[in-house]
Design a protein around this ligand. Structure first.
Ligand code: ADP
Length: 308
């Protein structure tokens, strides 16, 4: 039986307007198109897990508005279990995004219901976690609640994978030691350790710093360069797959989803990182966010083609 995967985090709707140029203060502009795109790092990872055939259950909050209903439907349609998602009296979490003809953008993020995730949601998490669960956390809900979720999961003995994105100004020192696998990208790594990541020795040193802070394993996601992993007993690098990348949005979420699904099926960490890397690489070959996440057959066929 594969282990269950529980995702505790953010659910957002991106409202995207295309405009010839970004408006000045006080100006009204005519745009050329409008679209709604489901997102939020929690929801992206939940959809990624479900598409890869993992058991995916999401805990979080949407608003009591039309967006909330749309977000719940899109999660369900992707195969995510949504029974523990709360409908909150706040608005749904949204990002208002204007993109101009040069690709420049202006973004306003309103956490809405995501900002109201609280200890009652942690209690819901506690009611379904077992020592064999894998818990995926990110940092788009209140940090104190992420800490509390990690404490509960650590006490139960679940495996905790924390994506420290977006990196907070102050990462709580006692959160590190509760994390089994910390998965920052290069920018987040630099923010966490306080020095830039420009060379292989920076990567190695940063991983050592994060291990020293208490995380059991660190995977530093390095985009087209691949991923570096440090555990108590091992340090290794998994190169990225060579693909024709057109849109790298959500590559990190695809990676974490692939990693979790592979671990849930009993793969060793190194092989699970290869799975995550394949899911990450494939997500860059399509535009979009959740729509760019691959299904299991696509990842398996891709991995088979890579074998000599
Ligand atoms: P994030 O989206 O969090 O910034 P990354 O961009 O590092 O994360 O992507 C996560 C993983 O996805 C990488 O470690 C790599 O395995 C894969 N990946 C990302 N971009 C590319 C790319 N251009 N080509 C191949 N693989 C990629």
């Amino acid at each position: 039986m594969p282990r269950s995967i529980i995702i505790f985090g953010s659910i957002n709707l991106d409202l995207v307007a295309r405009v010839p140029r970004l408006p000045s203060p006080g100006e009204t502009l005519s745009g050329s198109s409008f679209s709604t795109v489901p997102g939020g790092k929690g929801a992206n990872q939940a959809v990624g897990v479900a598409k890869l055939g993992g058991s995916s259950r999401m805990i979080g909050r949407v608003g009591e508005d039309a967006f909330g209903a749309e977000l719940l439907k899109s999660l369900r349609d992707s195969g995510v279990q949504t029974d523990l998602i709360t409908v909150d009296r706040a608005s749904s979490g949204v990002a208002l995004i204007a993109v101009d003809d040069r690709g420049e953008n202006q973004i306003i993020v309103i956490p809405g219901a995501n900002g109201n995730v609280d200890h009652s949601d942690v209690a819901r998490l506690q009611s379904v976690l077992t020592h064999s669960s894998i818990l995926l956390l990110q940092l788009e809900i209140p940090l104190a609640i992420v800490k509390s979720a990690a404490s509960v999961a650590a006490a139960i003995g679940a495996t905790i994978i924390l994506d420290p994105a977006p990196a907070p100004a102050h990462f709580p020192a006692d959160l590190y030691e509760r994390v089994d696998i910390l998965t920052p990208n290069a920018v987040e790594t630099a923010q966490l350790v306080g020095f830039p990541i420009q060379s292989e020795s920076d990567i190695d040193r940063a991983a050592a710093v994060l291990q020293h802070k208490g995380a059991k394993a660190i995977i530093i996601k390095l985009g087209a360069q691949g991923a570096f992993c440090a555990t108590e007993t091992d340090r290794f690098f998994i190169p990225a797959f060579s693909v024709n990348a057109i849109d790298t949005v959500a590559a990190g979420d695809a990676f974490n989803a692939g990693l979790a699904v592979a671990l849930s099926e009993g793969l060793e960490l190194r092989d699970a990182i290869v799975w995550g890397s394949a899911a990450g690489a494939l997500s860059t070959t399509k535009s979009g966010v959740q729509s760019s996440l691959s299904d299991r057959a696509t990842v398996e066929a891709f991995l088979n083609r890579q074998k000599p």
